[in-house]
Design a protein around this ligand. Structure first.
Ligand SMILES: Cc1cc2nc3c(=O)[nH]c(=O)nc-3n(C[C@H](O)[C@H](O)[C@H](O)COP(=O)(O)OP(=O)(O)OC[C@H]3O[C@@H](n4cnc5c(N)ncnc54)[C@H](O)[C@@H]3O)c2cc1C
Length: 469
């Protein structure tokens, strides 16, 4: 079947970014269509799976813009494009106001700054996936309903496959499904397809030589279509080596109760992470997102263990929002336990002598406050390491859980897709985690996927409406 449709804006992808942009564009009187690959009414996407915590680098999104700008710079070690960082910092407060006006409900789940804006009802404190009827699910449905009320079209089972172009300008989208090829003409196209973590070839090219050994810690629906389509029109792609993710149990490949929560970051970043030879290979003090990235880049990403003791298991192991202790053990996750490191080594198959040397060196450096002498050194400014001294001792088999890719399509602060020299591609926008330039860098800086989606969804829609006027 061939179809011809003419719109002001066509949005590709119905996660939080795409639905925000489509809804806001329709609110401004534009004729909008949103194309979504998913077929179910509650199609899967990372936005629907999410914890619904709207934060900016774990700060309150309503803090003054100047302060938030510094927070982003700090979280990304200066890697964030200043124009994107400023846009995020200045629009994040308005983003939650707008969501509230649309009917999204928020709840404060605690007194910590990042806990102030959580989509309600919040996710329960339980392991495994649990998204039905939770805040993110309800918010997506509210935004989709608003879009349709405002005359916008929401088309599921409509995977975008190519961009239409004329004289270097993007003029629409081609989508292909079982019924055939459909053409949607548009004055502006917004790509919001959610990254490339679900595309093994692209992950191999940019992130890990063994993509099959990374656990999709999300819906896996971001398969790089936006990136491919934008590149075909000459878009610049930012550095794409890093991803947002966490340390998960290796059991996540076979036990759905141990992902996406509990993540095991607290265990490995307060204790130590070793390979199957019993050697440390990563600066655990740089945090769980960083460690997950280093594990992903190992020749064998399934060869890492978190080693910790009773004090860590009973301390930091219990303090996360969805803590490993007791959730991980209750969910049937593998946790090896022994009264000596020698015994623990036998259980894990790690050479005992080497493991004891590694732990001895770590404990000695910690008590002498000389963690910098370790190889690799251990940072202690972000996370306070603890000694491995209180039996029983524990080992958990790790893998890298990949949630979404940090790098992607280069844009300006209004979401306009940029060519390698910086000039925009007329008529083409990209928002949400299909874009790059904000998060990532060697420290794997994370600022928050939801707030990015809403902020740049609003900004792109408003820019298009302004140009239209
Ligand atoms: C378990 C989990 C917990 C999280 N918790 C939080 C949290 O608490 N706070 C936070 O800030 N972030 C969180 N995140 C991250 C956050 O959910 C994402 O970064 C964010 O939702 C991404 O939004 P998006 O709209 O860019 O992409 P997505 O939500 O992934 O949406 C992209 C959509 O595009 C569609 N699509 C893909 N290709 C095509 C195509 N060719 N044609 C048409 N449609 C297409 C997909 O089907 C999908 O529906 C979490 C993620 C996960 C998985």
């Amino acid at each position: 079947m061939n179809e011809s449709n003419d719109f002001d804006v066509v949005v590709v992808g119905g996660g939080i970014a795409g639905l925000t942009a489509a809804s806001r564009a329709a609110e401004q009187g534009l004729r909008v269509a949103l194309l979504e690959r998913g077929t179910d009414e509650r199609y899967l996407c990372n936005s629907r799976y999410s914890g619904g915590v709207i934060h900016l680098a774990f700060h309150n999104v309503k803090e003054p813009p100047e302060a938030l700008f510094e927070v982003i710079k700090d979280a990304t070690a200066g890697n964030a494009d200043p124009a994107l960082a400023r846009a995020l910092a200045t629009t994040s407060g308005r983003a939650v106001d707008w969501l509230q006006q649309q009917g999204a409900k928020f709840i404060r789940v605690g007194n910590i700054v990042w806990q102030q804006w959580v989509l309600a009802p919040p996710r329960p404190i339980t392991p495994g996936l649990d998204w039905r009827g939770r805040g993110p699910d309800l918010t997506l449905r509210t935004l989709a309903a608003n879009l349709e009320k405002r005359g916008g079209k929401m088309l599921r089972n409509m995977p975008a496959t190519a961009l239409m172009q004329q004289a270097g300008r993007c003029t629409g989208v081609e989508a292909t499904n079982a019924e055939g090829v459909h053409h949607f003409k548009a004055r502006a196209v917004i790509l919001a397809d959610g990254g490339f973590q679900g595309n093994a070839e692209l992950v191999r090219q940019h992130i890990s030589a063994a993509p099959e050994k990374l656990k999709q810690r999300g819906a896996g629906t971001g398969v790089g279509d936006g990136l491919r389509m934008a590149q075909a029109l000459g878009a610049h792609v930012t550095e794409a080596k890093y991803f947002y993710g966490h340390m998960l149990s290796r059991d996540a490949f076979t036990n759905d109760k141990v992902w996406p929560y509990p993540q095991l970051d607290e265990l490995g970043t307060v204790g130590i992470v070793v390979n199957t030879a019993g050697e440390r290979f990563v600066d655990e003090g740089l945090g769980g997102v960083y460690v997950a990235n280093v594990i992903a880049k190992l020749e064998n990403p399934l060869a890492a263990w978190a080693i910790f003791d009773e004090a860590i298991w009973e301390g930091p192991g219990r303090t996360a929002r969805i803590p490993a202790n007791p959730n991980y053990a209750k969910a049937g996750g593998t946790i090896l336990k022994a009264n000596s490191f020698q015994e623990l080594a036998v259980q894990t198959g790690i050479p005992a002598e080497r493991l004891e040397l590694t732990i001895g060196a770590y404990n000695a450096a910690l008590s002498a406050a000389r963690l910098d002498t370790l190889n690799p050194p251990r940072t202690s400014t972000k996370l306070q390491p603890l000694p491995l001294s209180k039996p029983p001792y524990y080992a958990v088999p790790l893998c890298a859980g990949i949630t979404y890719t940090f790098g992607g399509i280069a844009t300006d602060e209004h979401g306009r897709v940029r060519r390698p020299g910086g000039a925009p591609i007329d008529g083409l926008y990209a928002i949400g985690v299909t874009t790059g330039g904000l998060e990532g860098g060697t420290g794997c800086g994370y600022v928050g996927g939801l707030i990015r989606g809403v902020v740049f969804g609003l900004r792109a829609a408003e820019q298009i409406a302004q140009e239209r006027r």
